[in-house]
Design a protein around this ligand. Sequence first.
Ligand SMILES: *Cc1c(COP(=O)(O)O)cnc(C)c1O
Length: 331
Amino acid sequence: MNKIALFEQGISPTPIVKMSGNYGENQYYIKREDLIPFSFGGNKARKAAEFYKEIRACGADVVMTYGSNSSNHCRIIANMAASMGIACHVISPEENRERLYNTRLVEDFGATVETCPVTEVSGTIDRRMETFRREGKNPYFIMGGGHGNPGTRACVNTYREIAAYEEQSGICFDYIFHASGTGTTQAGLVSGKLLLDAGRRENGQAVSGQKIVGISIARTQERGREVVRQSIEDYLGARYAGLYRETELVFTDDYCMGGYGKYTPEVAETIEEVMKSDGIPMDTTYVGKAFFGMRRYAEAHGLQGKNILFIHTGGTPLYFDLLDRKNRESV
Ligand SMILES: *Cc1c(COP(=O)(O)O)cnc(C)c1O
């Protein structure tokens, strides 16, 4: 099994920069998780670095996961398996047939893609794991989107980087916004904050009123919130009851726009605006949609003069899918 030097050495803190564009009556900063230097980066690369440790520790010879044709997670996992020289098996819903950059990349990394109806995903996963074991293989399964404790742990690190930046720069973020999908990123950020706040309280230090706001890109308020809460509980374990407060979890489905992958023309306009002003590419499924949602949220809640951090969670290949769509429309 080959080592990946970047994952061995650990992910370096990603840049936080002030944004130049005028996005409303607040100071906007952005954390560039998209610049993590592996396979176009993003939060899935950060999570993969944690799964990498688990895979090496158990000596797996095949990594299996689940995701759609547009999945950033599947791209990164397929890339990681290729770098490690182990097999990769991706289960994908047959309903989405469109070929996107991530679809192609997963294939180019040599992953086997098995499609099945979306309703049969979990049965297909179980059967395939069984088959691998019968064949004498040692498979490692990663939930879709890199959900699970290693993924949460990775995003606790993201929060630690933010706290270190605040300490160093003297800038305190009143709000942190990000796209919330499987909820792992939000669970990590909130867990990171709860642990840090607990430490501060123990030392008699003040605790900030910072809010972490997850902009749902697909899930309803009810389901999305519950999954994030459950992930926090899974991660904090015995410390959960003492640390968790309902008010620490802010999750909104006001900007879902009808579900996964769906978006309004305003999202595409926002993406163009950010690219022009700040030279930062965003996609329509996650980051652009959440950035747009954040601006609407700030308006709706009358936020003014606040320091706001937006986390760019990646998805760069999807930016090119958007350009392809625009090209097709213009011919
Ligand atoms: C997966 C993903 C998200 C959502 O992260 P979760 O941890 O699943 O909530 C956000 N942005 C991008 C670009 C992603 O690929």
